[in-house]
Design a protein around this ligand. Sequence first.
Ligand code: ATP
Ligand code: MG
Length: 561
Amino acid sequence: MSEEKKSLNFLEQIIEEDLANGFDKSDLRFRFPPEPNGYLHIGHASSICLNFGLGLKYNAPVNLRFDDTNPAKEEQEYVDAIKNDIKWLGFEWANELYSSDYFQQLYDWAILLIKSGKAYVDDQSSEEIAKQKGTPTEPGTNSPNRDRPIEENLELFEKMKNGAFEEGSHILRAKIDMASPNMLMRDPIIYRVLKKAHHRTGTDWNIYPMYDWAHGESDYIEGISHSLCTLEFKPHRKLYDWLLDQIYDGGIRPKQREFARRNLSYTVMSKRKLLQLVEEGHVNGWDDPRMPTISGLRRRGYTPAAIRKFSEVAGIAKRDNVTDVALLEFCVKDDLNKTAPRVMAVLNPVKLVITNYPEGEEEWLEAENNPEDEHAGSRKVPFSRELYIEREDFREEANKKFFRLTLNKEVRLKNAYIIKGESVIKDEHGDIKEIHCSYDPKSKSGSGTEESKRKVKGTLHWVSIQHAVKAEVRMYDRLFSDEAPDGHKDKDFKEFINPNSLVVNKNAFVEPGLQEAKPGDRFQFQRLGYFCVDLDSSHEHLIFNRTVPLRDSWAKIEKKG
Ligand code: ATP
Ligand code: MG
């Protein structure tokens, strides 16, 4: 689709409207504001693609702002991982900023609020405060501290800052309206005491600003024109605007607008739940290839292009919805189909002996790297008398629909010859140990002979035993066996973990060229799926991760849609 033909999403429409009403295009400015309390996931990727996409579209700066106002949960490790993931996705931020950079400014503004009678220190217990909050249908009641004199508020707030009070004993509240139908407007907390070291400001502060106070004011400091967030913040918009009203002093006035969170079937997305999976050892870390994190998807073999495409195709919605994970799998397959070199690997090997092929002989046969890419070229793969093929590709007896190898029938070996099944040798348990076949020496692929053009129903992949390289293959599947693991009222999401989400195969064989493959390299194992080299892989011990099998369920869904 060309850029012009694409219809605008509703956020772009809002921006276009602002521009039509005279907003200066050069004043457009966006931000992506992660809290560094975990790794980014595929939902964040949508927000990243949205914000950075708008930046590219309007040639506007996009800030990376770490929303680091809760030292209890935030760490430098997460900051580094987030930066790495955004870069990997292919985006560049204009400025790397931190809400904690604004702690002094936010504090100064809070004093302004107190001085204008718009904020007060409350030292009631949290139970007391909760009781006064009211319900959505009943107004709350005013705190007895609501009319505390300004001087006293200033004094107490300074003491809070200096560490004179314990956590939970004092808060600063905005003085708005305890009867507001919007519960968030009922004198919300804007500062709390927290005696925790912060990953950037150390022990400088004993009080930390709440999200609502920090976010909009940070947007204002940075001159953000459109502050895009997920739907759960919609009721916060009124508060966002009220707080801005108190300190607004000219310049760009940021505008909060909301879009639906990206939800994905067969997984969970909240960082709290992902952290549980990591901490309780259900997965091997944040970058486990089964995790919906960007680092997990990367390790699984996903490409940045596939994730960007997914975000674009899934789109930006106004209402909550769940995107089928099959769409994500479709996007990575579509991309890898164009870019991943084809190779041969046998995952469940059985020995095939070509009885009329000369012993001790080997040939290096021409094999095309990628029929979907004319620049991909070709390589040579070794062929010899003894090969591995997939155990599933042979049956002693088979019906007409079995297009693979059976006795007295012909199939083609990919890039090589036509063979015909002759006999089998079994072990003492009756399992097939060797399959014997004959080959037609004139049928070599691409040789141009009549025999090479002969049509046979099936084509099998193979590797030459003598040349094959042993590899470990980690067969990953969906982490959850339920479509909505966290959608069950009476069951914990972890009850739906798929016990077969990882099956390790240490007995696979790959063609010898793969010996040199490096972590992150991606391939199509012909007829099997897409695989990538794991971070733990080495020259001596090759490890591949299955990104996604070739056959998919998405085709069906597409037809329905
Ligand atoms: P989670 O609930 O998964 O822990 P969060 O909202 O607390 O996520 P933040 O680090 O605060 O995570 O999010 C950074 C930005 O990414 C915010 O603007 C947030 O709205 C957006 N975002 C987070 N999750 C999603 C999602 N699933 N889909 C789209 N955007 C998201
Ligand atoms: Mg958050």
